[in-house]
Design a protein. Structure first.
Length: 278
């Protein structure tokens, strides 16, 4: 397993398990069992996902020590502000059945996030949160939060070969902030597995197109969150540390950048206003 060191000194694995839309107990049960068996130690959830309670339940029942795994969760914009953020974090701690959250993230930019960031820092100082970061922050938004104190440890962004977001990636790298990828395989919203470049690399290394895509992101210094509830795919997604892509391979992958999003734009004001009401 490859690891990335956050700017607060804490290490995280190069791949974690995403849990978006896994809301049934039986699905979470076999997902966590398969993930732990395959070697996953980082689990990403959010208050918005409505699954913190069952994720916490099955991690606690797994027999693993708390120090053996990391949990990341998020605060939604409708819970911004001092008191609302405290309640959101307290609820997450209770739902996840833990004494501390490894990584707490602001889910989207929005009015009131500065008070939320203040609470994050307070909880970190109390030992209730280990690391603090953001999701879906553009360069402009990240520049703004950098003025509010300690830098976020990471920015979780939609990131895949069709949306390589080179400018944001370079900005994060320059500021020692980890680029973390959600939807690294586009959530089935594209024909990305049919790209000839990816198919050729998959054949070259004896890997699947999904494995090539995940490895490509990690090769450029991006932590990936691979989401699946299928045992075989969970295993396949993490089986990517027995080969390396060459500079030529990375250059070929760069040609696939369409600057195409399959989800919301971080600077879409209409979406941000809607999120704040949800």
């Amino acid at each position: 397993m490859k690891y990335f060191k956050l700017n607060d000194g804490i290490e995280v694995p190069a791949i974690g398990l995403g849990t978006f839309k896994i809301t049934e107990e039986k699905d979470m049960d076999h997902t966590i069992e398969a993930a732990l068996e395959a070697g996953y130690t980082y689990f990403d959830t959010a208050k918005y996902y409505h699954n913190e309670d069952i994720l916490g339940k099955y991690l606690k029942e797994s027999g693993k020590k708390r120090s053996d795994y990391q949990i990341a969760t998020k605060v939604w914009p409708s819970a911004f502000g001092y008191d609302a953020t405290k309640k959101s974090l307290d609820d997450s701690l209770k739902n996840l059945k833990v004494d501390y959250i490894d990584v707490a993230l602001i889910h989207w930019y929005g009015e009131g996030y500065k008070e939320t960031w203040e609470v994050f820092n307070d909880y970190k100082n109390q030992g209730l949160i280990k690391s603090i970061g953001v999701c879906n922050f553009s360069i402009k938004q990240m520049t703004e939060i950098l003025k509010e104190g300690p830098a976020p440890v990471l920015d979780q962004l939609e990131s895949h070969p069709h949306l390589q977001d080179v400018d944001t990636h370079n900005f994060l790298k320059e500021n020692n902030i980890l680029h973390q990828a959600w939807s690294p395989l586009t959530q089935g919203k594209s024909n990305i597995f049919e790209e000839e470049v990816i198919k050729n690399l998959a054949k070259k290394y004896g890997k699947s197109p999904a494995q090539i895509i995940l490895k490509w992101n990690i090769s450029r210094g991006v932590m990936v969150l691979a989401k699946s509830s299928h045992k075989e795919r969970i295993r396949e997604n993490i089986d990517i540390f027995d080969f390396e892509l060459t500079d030529e391979d990375i250059k070929a992958m760069a040609s696939l950048d369409k600057k195409q999003r399959y989800s919301a734009d971080p600077e879409d004001k209409k979406w941000l206003e809607e999120a704040a009401r949800m």
